[in-house]
Design a protein. Sequence first.
Length: 154
Amino acid sequence: MSTPETRLKELNITLPTPPKPVAKYKPTVQAGNLLYVSGHGPAKPEGQSMLLGRVGSELTLEQGKESARLVGINILATVKSALGSLDKVKRLVKTLGMVNSAPHFLEQPQVINGFSELMAQVFGEDAGVGARSAVGMGPLPGNIPVEIECIFEV
């Protein structure tokens, strides 16, 4: 079985420089064998502008799902920076996915699948799938479509 670092290469994913905090918080906090990861927004796709707006009005479900995947890439960059290697992750424990949703949009779980599917690809079907909540929100910071925070066992 390949390692998370190997799977990243197999998936042709290059991690960006981890995003810097935009307010007074730490990107990660390790307590014992748990790594708590603060809320992250999407990584900017190389050579493209970042999608902004509410899913279900300005953005489609598919655009929201892609944004959630890009959040996952940012989170992986932060986790690797904190631990030195993604191979130190034992499993994803919990995910909270927040979707900047139009009032009538009810498919938040499908949007957050963009993140969850990436985690399963990187860490495996068991270790990459944890407990999860996917909720609709009013505006998110900077009008990003998705924000995700999570907890990893290390």
